[in-house]
Design a protein around this ligand. Sequence first.
Ligand SMILES: CC(C)(COP(=O)(O)OP(=O)(O)OC[C@H]1O[C@@H](n2cnc3c(N)ncnc32)[C@H](O)[C@@H]1OP(=O)(O)O)[C@@H](O)C(=O)NCCC(=O)NCCS
Length: 184
Amino acid sequence: MSDLIELGTTLLPKVRREANVELRKARIKDVEQIYQLIKYWAERGLMLVRSHNHLYENLRDFFVLEDEDGHIVGSGALHILWHDIAEVRGLAIHPERQGQGLGRWIALAAEREAKDLGIPQIFAWTLQVRFFTSLGYHVTTREALPPKVYAECSACPFYDNCREIGVTKILSPEEAYKRPTAGF
Ligand SMILES: CC(C)(COP(=O)(O)OP(=O)(O)OC[C@H]1O[C@@H](n2cnc3c(N)ncnc32)[C@H](O)[C@@H]1OP(=O)(O)O)[C@@H](O)C(=O)NCCC(=O)NCCS
């Protein structure tokens, strides 16, 4: 196992080498395990379920954590929405591997990739607000986010009963989205 993962021009240490968990970009063979991991948490009301079709079409967005037995114990994705914003989504850690810093590391990988791509702001819809605030995100209002972040909402089964909270992290203040002000 090499000690570093290459994300564009950024190099990150691999996750918890002593625990034999490797951080890497997802591959086709991971789809079923990512699907099952997200489904597990979706059935408990913590995430949106993602179809196989969605996972195949968006696979290049995904990072995974693979243990020494080839099991996927974590997933997370960076999905570019527009020139100034990307969404961190699909963040799921295996129930038996919670609280080991794995979620933090995969979220950091997504953040590093956003920085490397020159994306000034990342955000997530979540029920795990404290997890994200511990990573430097802050809670935002729906109005403060660009319209593009609602692209998927109309197809969401919780459209009329959305409990998710928007959290965002500004990576480059000068270029981050600024809500247009009214006036002539
Ligand atoms: C939320 C989740 C991704 C966090 O991953 P994790 O590996 O368990 O978290 P980490 O060990 O990396 O914790 C990072 C920090 O967040 C905190 N944290 C983690 N989960 C938390 C939670 N549910 N509530 C509050 N704080 C939490 C940790 O205490 C830690 O802070 P510290 O370093 O100051 O102690 C994981 O618990 C999970 O998969 N949850 C179910 C699915 C889900 O809700 N995904 C998020 C969808 S947006």
